[in-house]
Design a protein. Structure first.
Length: 219
């Protein structure tokens, strides 16, 4: 498997939403265009019909219970994401299957390896580092030197760095994911929600050849 390259990111924008958050102002379409373009390019790359597998090192701190550490294996074919964990990083599940573009809020539930994501699409987006939602025509606001894109009316938002990398995702129900952006998978995913928090660090990734089965499972 390939080793991820190190990426240096400013964490200043993570203050958004806190008492010390920088002022927010709407961006004119001409200013917003580069952020919309960057989002759409990353979205197209992430959801292209490509077979990938990845291994993350994980640590979870549930709201009630003891902290857990383990490994998360992810298999993605552009439509379905299958995951297996050596320890239950969210809830009691050690494996799950999430399908792009299906289900409603709350359908991921115990099938998600992260706390607080409300749907299969949200859970997939958190692990890929970008949601499958268009940014064109959506409100874009200046936050510090970066921007926030309000992706829908339900509370899904993306926070982007000045150069257009996705720094954080927000979901309905006060769930949030902070990212160290990279492709095809983020180098780090830090998720928080009503069930607690979890952090995943990318160990390696590779193409997933057709016909290669998922260890211990089907497909």
């Amino acid at each position: 498997m390939r080793r991820p390259a190190a990426v240096s990111l400013s964490l200043a924008l993570l203050a958004a939403g806190c008492a010390t958050a920088p002022p927010v102002r709407p961006l004119a379409p001409a200013e917003a265009d580069r952020f919309v373009t960057a989002w759409e390019a990353r979205r197209a790359e992430a959801y292209a019909p490509r077979r990938l597998k990845a291994l993350f090192r994980g640590e979870a701190a549930p709201k009630f219970g003891v902290a857990l550490r383990g490994y998360l294996s992810v298999f993605w074919d552009g439509t379905t994401l299958v995951w297996k964990a050596s320890a239950p990083l969210a809830g009691n599940a050690r494996e799950g299957r999430l399908t792009r573009g299906t289900g409603e809020a709350g359908d991921a539930g115990a099938a998600s390896p992260l706390p607080g994501t409300q749907s299969a699409a949200d859970a997939i987006g958190a692990l890929l580092g970008v949601l499958d939602l268009p940014a064109a025509g959506r409100p874009v606001e200046r936050v510090g030197d970066g921007a926030r894109i309000r992706l829908d009316s339900a509370g899904r938002e993306a926070l982007l760095t000045p150069d257009g990398r996705v720094l954080a995702l927000s979901f309905p129900g006060k769930a949030r994911v902070s990212l160290e952006a990279a492709a095809p998978f983020p180098l780090k995913v830090s998720a928080s929600g009503p069930r607690g928090s979890a952090t995943l660090v990318l160990e390696s990734w590779a193409d997933w050849p057709p016909g290669e089965p998922i260890p211990g499972g089907t497909r």
